[in-house]
Write a protein that binds this ligand. Structure first.
Ligand SMILES: Nc1nc2c(ncn2[C@@H]2O[C@H](COP(=O)(O)OP(=O)(O)O)[C@@H](O)[C@H]2O)c(=O)[nH]1
Ligand SMILES: [Mg+2]
Length: 199
């Protein structure tokens, strides 16, 4: 078992808007899922020790592609398009849903999903729908509670316990980890859990 994983290289490889364009090299994938603005790009950058590998969204909800980053020349981080951006036309929202669901249910290389939720709030309906899909398709997942630096220390244990209750109900949920892209809390724990699933 790998106790520590160090990311020594990370490079953007491609953006995919159509599942026929997915890489065919068979390398394992860790995918990141969450609503727009939850902190997905920031988390990926922090894990990789890079400032601007994943471009933080200037226009929320604009990215409609699956972005592939090659890590340590061994596996991919896949930045899935964010959901829950209300201003998107219905047609785009439903094509988003089809793309993601198709990817989740058919991608053999997918080792694990990191589901991001905002540490300060209850999970949204869409957050719960996503973890429902993950569990239904038997995909192991971690929950990262983002922006933990904004959660008052006094509230932390209660909020983390509540999230563990909520997500712990799903057999395929492997862990719930508070995370901050600013302080780096949760980074090593997240990397360790990811490494265990790549092994
Ligand atoms: N305080 C704080 N702000 C964060 C954190 N992560 C992201 N943000 C901010 O939240 C906003 C959205 O982040 P981004 O990574 O672009 O979210 P994405 O849309 O999910 O990729 C940006 O203004 C970030 O600076 C965090 O851990 N702590
Ligand atoms: Mg982003």
């Amino acid at each position: 078992m790998l106790l520590h994983m160090k990311i020594s290289s990370a490079e953007f490889i491609l953006g995919v808007a159509n599942l026929r364009q997915l890489p065919r090299d068979g390398m394992k994938e860790i995918a990141f899922l969450g609503r727009s603005n939850v902190g997905k790009s920031s988390l990926i950058n922090k894990l990789c020790g890079r400032k601007s590998l994943a471009r933080p969204s200037s226009e929320p909800g604009k990215t409609r592609e699956l972005n592939y980053y090659l890590i340590n020349k061994q596996f991919y981080f896949v930045d899935l398009p964010g959901y829950g951006y209300a201003k998107l036309p219905e047609q785009i929202r439903s094509s988003w849903g089809k793309l993601i669901e198709q990817y989740l249910k058919s991608r053999d290389q997918l080792s694990m999903v990191v589901q991001l939720v905002d540490s300060r709030h209850e999970p949204t309906e869409l957050d719960l729908m996503m973890v429902g899909w993950l569990d239904y398709y038997s995909i192991p997942f971690l929950v990262a509670m983002t922006k933990a630096d904004k959660l008052p220390v006094s509230k932390m244990p209660r909020f983390v316990n509540a999230a563990k209750q909520t997500f712990g109900r799903y057999p395929h949920c492997k862990d719930v980890i508070p995370f901050s892209a600013i302080t780096g809390i949760g980074k090593s724990e997240l990397l360790t859990s990811i490494a265990e699933h790549l092994d």
